[in-house]
Design a protein around this ligand. Structure first.
Ligand code: ZN
Length: 59
């Protein structure tokens, strides 16, 4: 199991399964979203991913 959160702790997530692959992506969307030269993305099954703490500003 993996757990994680944003830096301020307002949003937390949990992954119950394995991360199937991890890649560095340099596409324009990943660069724009991360604000860096590339983003590191991990892929998991959606039924094994859950948001355990949600910021009040998110719906
Ligand atoms: Zn990308």
């Amino acid at each position: 199991m993996y757990t994680g959160s944003c830096l301020c702790g307002e949003v937390a997530v949990e992954i119950k399964g394995a991360i199937s692959s991890i890649i560095h992506c340099h596409c324009s969307l990943c660069r724009k979203n991360s604000g860096t030269a590339f983003a590191t993305n991990g892929f998991v099954n959606t039924d094994e991913f859950s948001v355990t703490k949600r910021a009040s500003k998110l719906s």
